[in-house]
Design a protein. Sequence first.
Length: 207
Amino acid sequence: MTSRTVIVAVEGPCCAGKTTLSRGLLKVMADVIIAHVRCYADFVGGGRFLPNAVPHTLDEDAAGLQELLCLERARTETALRSESDLILLDRGVHTLLAHRYAIERTTGLTCFGPAQRAVDKAQLPSRPDLVTYLDVPQEVVHARNHGKFPTDSIFIDARFNSGIRSYFAEITERQPILWLDATLDPGKLVKLAEVEVRRLLARVRAS
């Protein structure tokens, strides 16, 4: 990773359009050297290979988080070593924290505090300079699901997704976040994100 490399993470609930936005940015920013990092599920070949999304105990969640932190290092290793101008993450480390924030609110398992400490201790070099958050109403999540997740899945649960959004709202003061209305036309979303990412790249290059 060069001193000029910028890290941008695309975040939001499932079915928000993160992959579509990432692909759009790769297309319209072809003049920029971009290292694209696949989401955790794609990296391991499917969500069934990830830790249990709804842990039953703190020990289970701690073990699952350590597995995910190892995945974070593995999936970003090549990008961080590259000579890229931009590293584009399809989900980033905030996903791991937002998930536990929402699990705590949904199930009562007090896993968020331990997760924060574990992530801080990991000192990951892949923390984003900018988060692009796709904000989407719950009814749109259901409309876009098309059977991808079963009706009882935590990933399309209203209270869980409200917790995800609340996490990002709470970190806005210390983490730059571009909030985007995910119900807009995909092309417009790409343009809005492109403008902000190019501004960030220009600032870094000028510094």
